[in-house]
Design a protein around this ligand. Structure first.
Ligand code: NAP
Length: 281
């Protein structure tokens, strides 16, 4: 019988703890923890994400500074804002919501976020430290996956983990975190040969491909832990993951649902990274 990993519940538990820690920080140091959120343009999904992030900050007592820039913002105006936030003592973390509208260079803008305020863990410095298994701000989604595994008491050490996807924000940091936790890690991507066979070897399978219901029963080993990072729309426009949940669940020991799995953990890790950035400062 499989167990559903309830990301919503785990996220709520972690946020309660975080709320206490934020309050303690404010009481002991007499100052607020601040997160600046920058949204450029009118992407509807980004607007929802930003709204949720701001709401989540309020919930745990982190002060948020929201900057809504118009679609036609110039690169220099965006960079000027980030440079200002970088120098602002009241801002402990800076989040630049991606994707940016066409014509803006996100890599150039992200480079202006100082590593100690890089709460998304996208900078070369933080990625480098993650690879060195040193203190780092780690990309929120993969960090959230590790916290879920930890919360459920799922052993990673010595396990065979397969990560489907090699993006800089999910697949690669996910693989590195699992490796740091002593799993034997395989990363699969669009050029991988015998992908199904690779997946079938996984004790822990993390799907981050961005393809609706991509992972089928025959790709999953009996008793595997299946973590679904995907957020897609199915043929009826309904939110679904990269895993064909109904088809796969009976083979798993643990499985995450979509929605209500990895998603709620991502924002919680953003709050966690902001708190850690404030403490480190
Ligand atoms: P991405 O940048 O598009 O990367 C997708 C990865 O999947 C790439 O490495 C790609 O391989 C691989 N891939 C695509 N099609 C494949 C196929 N047919 N066979 C094997 N590999 C394939 O996506 P991402 O940003 O990592 O996001 C992945 C998914 O997670 C998306 O659904 C996204 O919405 C979701 N997501 C969710 C959260 C959350 O909070 N829940 C956060 C971030 C992302 P190549 O490198 O070879 O092209």
């Amino acid at each position: 019988m499989y167990k559903i990993i309830d990301g919503k519940k785990i996220a709520a538990t972690l946020r309660e703890k975080l709320k206490d820690n934020v309050l303690k920080f404010r009481t002991e140091r007499g100052r607020e923890i601040g997160l600046a959120v920058v949204l450029v343009g009118n992407n509807p999904a980004s607007q929802v994400y930003v709204r949720n992030k701001i709401k989540a900050c309020e919930e745990v007592g982190i002060k948020s500074f929201a900057y809504y820039l118009p679609e036609n913002t110039s690169q220099s105006a965006l960079e000027e804002l980030i440079v200002g936030l970088a120098a602002d003592d009241g801002v402990h973390g800076i989040l630049l919501q991606l994707p940016l509208p066409d014509g803006l260079d996100s890599a150039k803008a992200l480079k202006l976020i100082p590593e100690e305020k890089d709460v998304d863990g996208f900078s070369a410095f933080n990625i480098g430290n993650l690879c060195l298994n040193a203190t780092a701000s780690v990309a929120c989604t993969p960090l959230g996956v590790m916290k879920m595994l930890e919360y459920e008491g799922i052993e990673v050490n010595g396990k065979r983990a397969v990560v489907l996807g090699r993006s800089n924000i999910v697949g690669k940091p996910m693989a590195m975190l699992l490796l740091n936790a002593d799993a034997t890690v395989t990363v699969c991507h669009s050029k991988t040969h015998n992908l199904e066979e690779e997946c079938r070897r996984a004790d822990i399978l993390v799907a981050a491909v961005g393809r609706a219901k991509f992972v089928k029963q025959e790709m999953v080993k009996e008793g595997a832990v299946v973590i679904d990072v995907g957020m897609n729309r199915d043929e009826n426009g309904k939110l679904c993951g990269d895993v064909d949940f109904e088809n796969v669940k009976d083979k798993c020991s643990y499985i995450t649902p979509v929605p209500g799995g990895v998603g709620p953990m991502t924002i919680t890790m953003l709050l966690y990274n902001t708190y850690c950035a404030a403490v480190r400062r």
